[in-house]
Design a binder for this molecule. Structure first.
Ligand SMILES: Nc1ncnc2c1ncn2[C@@H]1O[C@H](COP(=O)(O)OP(=O)(O)O)[C@@H](O)[C@H]1O
Ligand SMILES: [Mg+2]
Length: 226
């Protein structure tokens, strides 16, 4: 299965916390532009898997490649550069910065990538418009509903044009209708841009949208037959 076209490659991954084996002998290959879902009960290791791919956690054993970079060979600075440039993160509790407006939140990852101010404002406003949030640019997170906050968070994750979006239960804190809207938005925008989307979720609705579904049982990661 392993070949150069894979954008993400996990080979023989083991992840322990102390004596607790969370993942063992796990392999995962994801191609450019795929939408891959990871399911599993609470505590099964979904966030751990996403954090390994995002370079936020180191595996106990095994190798991880992201966009041609072997994560274990990168130092902290190189890892942080890879995260900043190639990855976008979306979380269950939105994680917007409360003291920044919607516009400023979306501008942040672009500013970190030294994109010039005028362009960051233009791109942020255009994403707000695309996501049905025109006129919300000066609002602070607490002035937005959960669904609106998550749409801002998706705009923030996409603003610097990452190759890969890692979404950790992005609809876990939303009601069903809002969750479905957010899922469709994520699916549509990633497909239009050719952005790879890896999502941990409990949502059954997502399964029809994804290209492939993986499930964590015990310390095993298996592809579900759809
Ligand atoms: N930093 C950590 N230290 C110790 N144990 C952890 C740590 N992070 C996660 N775990 C444990 O690893 C297991 C998997 O956690 P997690 O990946 O968060 O599961 P999920 O996202 O599927 O709910 C859980 O048993 C959790 O308690
Ligand atoms: Mg989790």
């Amino acid at each position: 299965m392993i070949n150069v076209e894979n954008q993400i490659e996990l080979v023989n991954i083991q992840k322990n916390y102390g004596t607790h084996v969370v993942l063992s002998n796990c392999d995962l290959c994801v191609r450019n532009g795929e939408f891959v879902v990871v399911v599993g009960r609470s505590g099964s290791g979904k966030s751990t898997l996403l954090n390994l791919i995002g370079g936020l956690e180191q595996p106990t054993d095994g190798t991880i490649k992201v966009s041609g970079n072997s994560l274990t060979n990168l130092n902290e600075e190189e890892l942080s550069k890879l995260r900043r440039q190639k990855l976008g993160f979306i979380f269950q509790f939105f994680n917007l910065i409360p003291t920044l407006t919607a516009l400023e939140n979306i501008r942040l990852p672009m500013a970190l990538n030294r994109i010039n101010k005028k362009e960051t404002i233009e791109r942020a406003l255009s994403l707000l418009e695309e996501f049905g949030l025109s006129g919300f640019d000066q609002r602070f997170p607490e002035e937005l509903s959960g669904g609106e906050q998550q749409r801002v968070a998706i705009a923030r994750a996409l603003a610097h044009k990452p190759d890969i979006i890692l979404a950790d239960e992005p609809t876990g804190n939303l009601d069903l209708d809002t969750a479905n809207e957010v899922l469709e938005l994520l699916n549509r925008t990633c497909r239009q841009r050719g952005t790879t989307l890896i999502m941990a979720t409990h949502s059954k609705e997502v399964i029809g949208l994804a290209d492939r579904v993986f499930s964590i049982h015990g310390s095993d990661l298996n592809e579900a037959i759809m």
